[in-house]
Write a protein that binds this ligand. Structure first.
Ligand code: FO1
Length: 320
């Protein structure tokens, strides 16, 4: 499975779709014990009595090779009988849970009700799906992303799915974050002398990555960690590959470019990977403390995921 000779361990921070794709590529390049994937749980919510963890689901399904790559979320070959029956009963169907996907949420919710942590529940689901690398939630404590809009504050999935990202955003809040503890396994990996890279996947900086970075103690742990911290831009040629990142930037009055992404992460970064289409931005982003490289970052298939992962790992080796 592992064709790369990359030495050391890698922590990857991931949101949903874009992050899951790079995580898949990294899983191709590294041995399972070399890779820890930390997923955002700010998108999580309780719905129909179930605990839904969309970013954990996206990464888990991608690593198991059972995700629907067209739709971008959920399982391939899905059916929707339960949603049709729920609609008939006049239940809430704005958030669509496929019949097979429903099994994930039932099992996760059952494990949590039995007293398991989200980390333990995720490990159990990953084990059952035959996933090699460790996938963990950013925290076992509930953190809920709230989106401030002209129309008032919205829970993340209400903004994202129910309102289709239409309301203009003015800011974000991560409810519960100051009372939450980062996943201890994540901090353990950051302190591991064998750690060779921390990679921020091409996920939305505001709603997928910021909840992870704003957990108490995480920024300091990242600063203290000697391995290079590298972010991959989710913005290519002024547009988001998927999702509302570009729309959010415009609404927050930020220039919509890879430059804004690098600036957003600021001094935390040692390396920044932007798309070849944005190579002309390199001189304006690079500095004495920030190395910047261009790569083919649009991941359309298994080969491009693996190739980007390998480029990021080579970049980490060069920066070490
Ligand atoms: N996204 C949608 O646009 N519509 C849905 O009905 C929907 C259902 C859904 C169910 C389970 C799951 O794990 C994810 C789901 N998503 C859906 C994706 C999710 O809302 C977002 O992609 C993430 O929260 C953003 O990263």
């Amino acid at each position: 499975m592992s064709a790369s000779n990359f030495k050391g361990k890698v922590v990857a921070l991931s949101g949903g779709v874009g992050g899951a794709k790079l995580a898949q590529g990294l899983a191709q390049c590294l041995a399972p014990e070399q890779l820890l994937i930390v997923a955002n749980t700010g998108d999580d919510f309780e719905h129909l009595g179930l605990t839904i963890s969309p970013d954990l689901d996206s990464v888990m399904y991608a690593l198991a090779g059972i995700n629907d790559s067209q739709r971008g979320w959920g399982l391939a070959g899905e059916s929707w009988q339960a949603m049709a029956a729920l609609e008939r009963l006049r239940g809430e169907t704005w958030f669509r849970l496929g019949d097979r996907d429903l099994a994930t949420h039932l099992q996760r919710s059952q494990l949590l009700r039995q007293g398991r942590s989200l980390t333990e529940a995720t490990a159990a689901l990953c084990r059952a799906l035959g996933i090699g690398p460790q996938l963990i939630p950013m925290s076992d404590d509930p953190v809920r992303t709230l989106v401030a809009t002209a129309a008032g504050e919205l829970a993340f999935q209400h903004y994202f799915v129910r309102e289709q990202c239409e309301p203009a955003v003015t800011g974000f809040r991560f409810d519960g974050i100051e009372r939450s503890t980062p996943n201890p396994l994540w901090l353990q990996w950051l302190a591991d002398p064998e750690l060779a890279a921390v990679i921020i996947c091409p996920s939305n900086p505001f709603v997928s990555v910021d909840p992870m970075l704003q957990l108490p103690g995480v920024r300091q742990a990242l600063r203290d960690c000697p391995a290079p911290l590298i972010a991959v831009s989710p913005i290519v040629a002024g547009a988001a590959i998927k999702g509302p990142a570009a729309k959010m930037m415009a609404e927050l009055k930020l220039p919509c470019s890879a430059h804004s992404v690098a600036e957003h992460y600021g001094e935390l970064l040692d390396g920044f990977v932007l798309d070849e289409a944005d190579a002309e931005l390199i001189p304006s982003i690079a500095s004495d403390s920030l190395a910047v490289t261009a790569a083919a970052s649009v991941m359309r298939d298994a080969d491009s995921k693996r190739a980007l992962a390998q480029r990021v790992l080579d970049f980490a080796t060069a920066l070490a």
